[in-house]
Design a protein around this ligand. Structure first.
Ligand code: MN
Length: 262
């Protein structure tokens, strides 16, 4: 479940389709993963190569599920390029470096690693926490945005938002406020609380609610300066407000459903 939760639209699964079903079958199924995303992948630049001194696995960086420019004007092209190709790549590279000599950990997903940090030797634990966290968080973040996103919430999450916050504007304001309240770098999260209602939380650095035994977050927004500084400079609130124009309600609903059914 963890892997599915964090990679609902993963390239690996599409490539898996090619292997299992043959090219024709895979092409036929691609529109289900989002026609726009698949159509633009070939036109993207090739995925960034790992740093020369980094092992090439076991973790790899997947391409964005849309073009770098797809979220303009809300998230600018250069921010997307640097954020994905440099920052996310660095988390992947540094995670691979951290576990290079720990083959017992190579079969674990990044999500499993951050849920089980006590299984990581102490001298590598902080590196795994930060970099597996960064890999999980960013893999989720890309899937939570989509070209033409935003607008009114749809599906079951819309009802949960109304039940928990009154209306969408109040919910969005709660997320923005939590993002503004996070001093320094971190993330704001929407999780399913123990009372069965949506709750807004935040963590520092590349931490994730599952590190403290929580369930997979339903939604997360990166509030590191690298996520917005080129376009929004110090105006984190403007970024957080604009971010809602990119939100992929379909992904949010899928994750809400997973959280409910556990
Ligand atoms: Mn980031």
């Amino acid at each position: 479940m963890d892997r599915i939760m964090n990679r609902p639209l993963s390239r690996r699964r599409i490539i898996g389709g090619l292997t299992v079903g043959g090219a024709g079958a895979a092409l036929a199924m691609m529109p289900r993963f989002g026609g726009v995303a698949v159509a633009t992948r070939a036109a993207q630049s090739t995925p960034a190569a790992p740093a020369a001194d980094a092992p090439s696995g076991p973790f790899t960086l997947e391409s964005l599920p849309y073009d770098y420019a797809a979220l303009e004007p809300h998230i600018d092209t250069m921010t997307m390029q640097i954020h994905h190709d440099k920052h996310h790549q660095a988390y992947v590279d540094n995670l691979n470096k951290a576990i290079a000599d720990l083959p017992d950990l190579h079969a674990m997903s990044a999500n499993e690693l951050i849920r089980n940090l006590d299984q990581v030797p102490e001298d590598k634990r902080t590196a795994v926490r930060n970099n597996a966290g960064g890999h999980v968080n960013h893999s989720l973040f890309w899937e939570l945005m989509t070209p033409g996103g935003g607008g009114e919430a749809t599906g079951a999450i819309a009802e949960a938002i109304t039940a928990g916050f009154g209306d969408l504007a109040a919910f969005q304001e709660a997320v923005i406020t939590a993002g503004l309240g996070r001093f320094g770098s971190g993330w704001v999260w929407v999780v399913l609380g123990e009372d069965g209602k949506l709750a807004v939380t935040s963590t520092p650095n590349q931490d994730n609610p599952v590190m403290e035994g929580g369930s997979d977050p339903i939604l997360g927004v990166d509030v590191w300066e690298h996520a917005y500084y080129l376009k929004y400079q110090n105006k984190r609130k403007d970024y957080l407000t604009a971010w809602w124009n990119t939100v992929n309600w379909q992904t949010v609903n899928a994750r809400y459903d997973q959280a409910l059914t556990g």
